[in-house]
Design a protein around this ligand. Structure first.
Ligand code: SF4
Length: 482
């Protein structure tokens, strides 16, 4: 697709080649939502045909060209669709397509999903005439051409803070209702799981395996959503995975999932244990809602969410930990996950489940209050209880956290960390780049990367077992922002 086709009247190019385009802070005209803004959302609803005015685009509040350059504002995307064969169950999956369709627009960047969206529009694109009305036009056309089941579509963008706030609450209620549908179902009662490769444009070896008890990493696609998507578009990015033989019931390993993951990751990942962060863990793309991080001194796992602004006890921010987690790799202890997976009875079951969780931001802990076993709730530290690893160890010991009994065993039995835990390797595909710490680089004359992904337009070059030799390495702080 390009300007010569169905987008001839659009002032910028449109095409899959722009997926993966990053807009850095100095180049941005405006940031819509993002980590500095609390209220942001995207929502897609199925409506009756008479409730949708086809291809109507509305902007409530100023459009981007009326917003001062460099602004960061609350933002909402509200899409309504109608079609004879559409069902409410399909909303989540169709909503997720906002991500890739938006990213096909040159000069427009879309990250994350639901109430964590983070968009930027490029200054040059705005000068060429790109604004929200134009984005709406492109979305309407892409939705109807890629998902012909949609007969009518209208798009509303909200930049007015009061209106965003109002609709943000509505959106969160809809997300909760969607998520609740699958609660109570178990992985044992189904014969088919669902896979999703929508994030392969950013993480080429990543394949989500979505089960009733393991929600997708992004928190936007449930097993029911997967079923609806596979039915509507069987050749699309979401597909059925016959479970096959159960190889490890406790850790969640099935031959069918292994086979499909191996095929879809082009042999990069051959085994996945769905309920473990250590032993053949599920891969992580980059748009997970939260991620675990291993704290070797405590032999426990911390959890940090995308909007956490502080520093975890290990001294790392969410961005730095996400760097160690993402990219479609299996990094023991560093495991992208959704809130909904934390509500599952199978949550990291093979690693000890909640008994292995030692730290999380207060906000996440409160959100998960009804799902953390009552006897553990006060034993898990937050940023208010522990700011360093030493403080964390003291807190866990004082509260007699179950993980402390592991230390005692280890004192007798030697190994201090799970056998497969390794230092995370840097990845080249992350949304938030992190600079390697100076001491690591100073003592390492040869840098070895298990994988380096270099995006180039619509394709990616993947280099395996890369070794970089350098006589001298100079690390300079970039004058440019993010
Ligand atoms: S995180 Fe997983 S389920 Fe969600 S869009 Fe990406 S690949 Fe699909």
């Amino acid at each position: 697709m390009s300007k010569s086709g169905m987008f001839a009247d659009i002032p910028v190019d449109v095409g899959i080649t722009y997926e993966g385009e990053r807009i850095r802070k100095p180049a941005m005209h405006v940031e819509l939502g993002g980590p500095d803004i609390k209220e942001k959302f995207e929502l897609l609803r199925v409506r009756k045909p008479e409730e949708v005015e086809d291809e109507k685009i509305t902007v409530i509040g100023p459009d981007v060209d009326q917003i001062p350059e460099g602004s960061k504002i609350p933002f909402g995307i509200y899409i309504e669709v109608a079609g004879k064969e559409l069902e409410e169950d399909m909303e989540g999956v169709m909503e997720r397509r906002i991500h890739d369709f938006s990213n096909w627009i040159q000069g427009f960047m879309h990250l994350n999903q639901r109430d964590t969206i983070w968009l930027r529009m490029d200054k040059k694109a705005v000068k060429k005439g790109l604004n929200l009305k134009v984005v709406g036009k492109v979305l309407c056309r892409l939705y109807k051409s890629e998902l012909p089941i949609i007969e009518k579509i209208q798009v509303t963008f909200i930049t007015d803070p009061e209106e965003v706030k109002k609709r943000y609450e509505e959106a969160r209620q809809v997300y909760e209702k969607r998520d609740a549908r699958v609660r109570g179902m178990t992985d044992d009662e189904v014969d088919v799981f669902y896979g999703c490769t929508l994030c392969q444009s950013f993480a080429p070896s990543h394949v989500c395996v979505i089960t009733p008890q393991r929600y997708a990493n992004c928190g936007a696609i449930s097993w029911l959503d997967g079923r609806a998507a596979a039915k509507v578009d069987p050749k699309g990015p979401i597909f059925a995975i016959p479970k096959g033989e159960c190889l490890d019931e406790w850790a969640g390993e099935w031959s069918g999932a292994n086979k499909v993951v191996a095929e879809k990751s082009l042999g990069e990942v051959t085994r996945v244990k769905l309920y473990s962060a250590f032993d053949y863990p599920h891969t992580s793309c980059g748009c997970f809602e939260c991620t675990t991080f291993y704290v070797p001194e405590c032999d426990g796992l911390g959890i940090v969410h995308r909007d956490f602004k502080g520093v975890t006890p290990t001294g790392l921010t969410f961005g730095a930990i996400a760097d160690s987690t993402a990219g479609g790799r299996q990094v023991p202890g560093f495991h992208g996950l959704s809130y909904e997976y934390m509500r599952s009875k199978k949550f990291l079951r093979a690693d000890g489940g909640w008994e292995r969780i030692i730290w999380m931001p207060k906000e996440v802990k409160e959100r998960m209050k009804d799902y953390i076993p009552a006897e553990l709730y006060d034993k898990i530290a937050t940023e208010e209880d522990a700011k360093t690893v030493d403080e964390l160890k003291a807190f866990l010991e004082a509260r007699n956290h179950p993980v402390v009994s592991r230390w005692k065993k280890e004192e007798v039995a030697a190994p201090t960390a799970p056998a497969e835990a390794v230092a995370p390797a840097p990845a080249a595909t992350m949304p938030q780049a992190v600079t390697p710490t100076a001491p690591q680089m100073a003592v390492t004359p040869v840098a070895t990367l298990p994988e380096m992904v270099v995006p180039a337009g619509g394709i990616s070059f993947i280099f395996k077992n890369v070794k970089i030799y350098a006589e001298k390495l100079i690390i300079r702080r970039s004058k440019e922002g993010k």
